[in-house]
Design a protein around this ligand. Sequence first.
Ligand SMILES: [Zn+2]
Length: 464
Amino acid sequence: MLSRPRSTIAQAARVFATVSLAAAVAFAGSQTAFAQGVPVVRDAEIEALVRDYARPIFRAAGLANDGIDIVLVNDSSFNAFVTGRRLFINTGALMTAETPNEIIGVIAHEAGHIAGGHQQKLRDQLERAKTMAIIATLLGAGAIVAGATTNSRGLAGAGMGVAAGGGEMAQRSILAYQRTEEITADRSAITYLNATGQSGMGMLKTFHRFQTALSLSGAQVDPYRISHPMPQDRIANLEVLVKQSPNVDKIDAPALQQRHDMMRVKIAVYMEGQAAATRLMQKMRGSMAALYGDAQSAYLYGNIAAALTKTNALIKAQPRNAYLQELRGDILMKANKPADAADAYSKAVSLDPARSGLLPVSLGQALMAVGTPDSLKQAVVRINDGLGRDKENSTGYRYLAQAYGELGDIPGAELATAEGHFYSGNYKDAKIFAMRAQQQMKRGEPRWIRAQDIINYKSSGKSQ
Ligand SMILES: [Zn+2]
């Protein structure tokens, strides 16, 4: 998203320099304290869809009250896993799956692991912000397992090379991976799918692909395959269960399938490049998803006028789709029409059934770009609203700091910067900015107290 450069008062400009320098390091990578090291990607539409996939399954698994967050990982390999309160899912998995049912099946299987309390130790390790390092280890150790079960010498050999660099404990954990746990998770998954009136065919299809193909993504080894060994008898047992189910022939509701297709095309356009996106869109020719991809592609590759025309046509077809309004807002920002963009984002916020915290922040950015004192004040309200819905949106604090700075509220800007560092897991800089903010605040006022909380925070490796 682009925002127009604006003139600022000298004092605010000084703060910005500090903010952006520090921010460049803190905000570039991780989005949450917990997910440090994982390339997290945020998107209101995709998060809402995956949450819609997961919600009934978690309810059936008795996990509805666990408040499990969805975290999208920007990675083209196939992976999905749950640790603690977070469901991680790779964009590669979402793009590979042809139906919602395939992803729902994988979520159901993961829910089976959580509900069964499987591999708690391993899952806890994953939670301690070492996710990628552990995955690298699993890739090494697990490849040996996979190689041993499939007699694929090449894979086993590749595994050993990577494993040599991995931690011995993590290797033992994964090598001790209980076959019975996989079978139990499969059975639980079928129970949840039956309880929600859904077929297990999607899960079976995904697992079949893992069994027969080396990789779904073209990457050397998909992490999911590594953490989920799929010997022949396991798949055969699952197949029996799936086919016994009265829901075996159920397919996803057409509206859900359409949202899924729109998501796949979006991921293809943003993550896989124009050629991959075009290939996918050709398979969906004439569909809403193909037209959506076409509009996204025009926006991304700079044909702003065409993007706006295409998006307006889509909005005519789906006037209550919040994410089409969001795209319209993005396009209008790029076209340097922030007031119109704010109007579109405002519609997106009011139409969004999932109440994403991201959309009010986009609205706030557009209002900042409008640049009048009144719109700046509105921007602060909107961004705070977004952060209230989603505290861990560290990018949001950067815009909040900027908005406060432009309004001349320097301690407000410093505190927002402190929050941004805090939710990025960068506690040292968070404390520095919190102390700077306090110097200009009245002792005991609410913002001073919040700054004090950050100063007093003792990092225990957990984000909350
Ligand atoms: Zn499993």
